[in-house]
Design a binder for this molecule. Structure first.
Ligand SMILES: Nc1ncnc2c1ncn2[C@@H]1O[C@H](COP(=O)(O)OP(=O)(O)OP(=O)(O)O)[C@@H](O)[C@H]1O
Length: 250
């Protein structure tokens, strides 16, 4: 034993096959505490499948996922949320017919002590306080009473991240959080993600290489299910194998 604190999130030799296709093949890496670790790779490289394995949406055929050294492989998403792992989805995951505040309150309800969890919403003090914090932090206070379905695309993506943060997770998985955003919204969201890293360990899937370079502390490159390389952003970009497999393709 080294006596060192285990990494907040560790993936060890993780793998899953769909029929003959090894969608994630023997992938290992660690996400450092309060760091932004970004998974990149060409379409079909296995990034989303990797997220599905880590977040409990899929069970791996092989390998391990550990949170703070504790084995959580194959645990259900709700159990992982209780252990502090939250995920924001690439496909929008909001209730469009509810207001911004209501979406946040539903997600924050897990913070209520169990005995109060079924009390009327107006008495859920912890959840209500959390909603207030999130509205401020995510710049959504002016939209609190607006239906989520009426928000702009950029605001909806921001609300999704706020919903994922509602339970005060320690690990946040974000799947292409700036996809489809305008340049201005992308910049704002990048600043927001950077600020969030003060509180949480972030694992990101991102296609925008400029953003990957400016946001990430650590980059994991996937290719055909396997891990091709990992390291600091500049080192990864300079890696000839990465350039051939990924940056070489416009
Ligand atoms: N449920 C499934 N059943 C069968 N094949 C699947 C399933 N999910 C993913 N795949 C396949 O696994 C491979 C990896 O897909 P995945 O979506 O993880 O890639 P990705 O890197 O996230 O791609 P993109 O950047 O396009 O989102 C692809 O060939 C995909 O077709």
């Amino acid at each position: 034993m080294t006596g060192q604190t285990p990494p907040v999130l560790a993936v060890e030799r993780l793998g899953i096959a769909f029929g003959g296709l090894r969608a994630v093949d023997d992938v290992s890496f660690e996400a450092g505490r309060n760091r932004i670790t970004t998974v990149i790779g060409p379409n079909g490289a296995g990034k989303t499948t990797l997220f599905n394995l880590i977040s409990g949406a899929l069970r791996p055929n092989s390998g391990h996922v550990r949170i703070d050294g504790r084995e959580v492989t194959g645990a259900a998403p709700a159990a992982l949320l209780r252990l502090g792992l939250a995920r924001s989805f690439q496909i929008t995951n909001l209730f469009f017919g509810l207001t911004v505040a209501e979406n946040l309150r539903l997600a924050a309800q897990v913070l209520e002590p169990t005995v109060r969890a079924f009390l009327p919403v107006r008495r859920a003090r912890v959840a209500r306080a959390r909603v207030g914090e999130l509205l401020e932090r995510f710049g959504l206070a002016a939209k609190a009473a607006e239906l989520a379905g009426n928000l702009s695309h950029g605001e909806q993506r921001r609300l999704e991240i706020a919903v994922a943060m509602a339970s005060r997770p320690r690990i946040l998985l974000l799947d292409e959080p700036t996809q489809g955003m305008s340049h201005g919204d992308t910049e704002d969201t990048a600043a927001l993600i950077r600020a969030l890293a003060a509180d949480v360990t972030i694992l990101l899937i991102e296609h925008d290489i400029g953003l990957v370079m400016s946001l990430s502390h650590h980059v994991v490159v996937m290719h055909q299910g396997g891990k091709l390389a990992e390291g600091p952003p500049e080192a990864v970009r300079a890696n000839p194998a990465v350039q051939a497999a990924y940056f070489g393709h416009a």
